[in-house]
Design a binder for this molecule. Structure first.
Ligand code: SF4
Length: 328
């Protein structure tokens, strides 16, 4: 690990100033991803700016929104009474992520910025356009079992590893950020990027901006949500496929619906066409299967991840069945 400077800040302005002064500075909160990346030599920030003591550690429910501060720990958010009551999908997704120890440390802001778990990204002897732009992609012709089936490019086929981000995408969350030019709100659909020709960029966050919180607008989904994660072992493993489902049911009719998939793309993958197809329809296995077929339009597999082309629609159908209470 490289030597680095450490500075604890006590105001958002001080954090933004540190980032503005030094482009090689990085924020640290829980550090559950960044410290690993530093140990592996994947990232070598000159300065760590500790934001743990900023006043972003509250969860509030008012004005049609659930607000969660950026430094709220994942464990705290997943057990919070308002999260459980109003946005249980988020709690389900967070509890499916990492381990209890990691959730105690990891923050909401840090989870949004979690980097891919592509093995070639962590192996500094391998080519990786995300780690060293222009060096190539080791996964493209390599062992790509965990990799993308949607939205990949010839530069990068990595996936976003976060469970939380999939639920936030289904729930139309808005990311609150602050920077030298002031505050702005970024819909989560515009926060994470597809790799394109710049896979080194995971998000649209400017290097001088900090995340201050997350807003989730009120909805009528709380009674029918499911986060289904398929992985190699039951705990402490990243998703092969995950599906977030939120349903607003009137009897067995789907009044409204949100669907997002994880483990399939460089960003959480919202399934809007499938949502449109199911809206107003009966919650039946037949309709769920048709929606899953639609959701897979444009999917492309690589040498070792063709199984995802079957696993993804099957997971989606099962998640819809669970959320709606449909048997069969
Ligand atoms: Fe790097 Fe992306 Fe290729 Fe993985 S898939 S080796 S992260 S460029």
């Amino acid at each position: 690990m490289n030597n680095f400077q450490y500075k604890r800040v006590s105001s958002p302005l001080a954090a933004i100033t540190e980032l503005s002064k030094n482009p090689a500075a990085k924020l640290i909160a829980g550090g559950t991803n960044l410290v690993d990346l530093m140990k592996y030599g994947v990232m070598a920030p000159e300065k760590l700016v500790d934001v743990n003591h900023l006043n972003f550690d509250t969860i509030t429910k008012k004005d049609g929104l659930l607000h969660i501060g950026a430094t709220v720990r994942n464990a705290v958010a997943s057990e919070n009474a308002d999260v459980l009551k109003y946005q249980p999908l988020l709690s389900q997704a967070m509890l499916a992520g990492a381990s209890a120890q990691l959730r105690n440390k990891a923050t909401m802001g840090g989870n949004l910025l979690q980097r891919t778990r592509c093995g070639y990204f962590y192996d500094v002897s391998a080519p990786c356009n995300k780690r060293v732009p222009g060096s190539g992609c080791g996964a493209m012709e390599g062992y790509n079992r965990m990799h993308a089936i949607f939205g990949a490019s010839s530069s990068c086929i990595a996936v976003n590893p976060s469970d939380m981000n999939v639920a936030l995408t289904a729930l139309d969350a808005v990311i609150l950020v602050s920077g030298p030019k002031g505050d702005r709100k970024i819909p989560i659909s515009e926060f994470h990027r597809l790799p394109g020709t710049h896979p080194e960029l995971d998000t649209t966050l400017d290097k001088k901006e900090i995340i201050t919180g997350i807003n989730i607008p009120d909805n009528n989904f709380a009674a029918h949500t499911t986060y289904l994660k398929v992985r190699d072992r039951i705990s402490y493993a990243f998703a092969l496929i995950s599906v977030a489902v939120a349903l607003d049911l009137e009897g067995t009719t789907i009044r409204d619906i949100r669907l997002a998939m994880g483990g399939v793309a460089h960003k959480p993958w919202r399934l809007k066409e499938a949502e449109q197809m199911l809206k107003g329809k009966e919650a039946t296995v037949e309709n769920f299967k048709m929606a899953a077929e639609l959701a897979m339009k444009g999917a492309k597999a690589y040498e070792h991840n063709a199984f995802k082309l079957k696993l993804a629609p099957n997971t989606m159908v099962q998640a819809l069945k669970t959320a709606s209470g449909i048997k069969g």
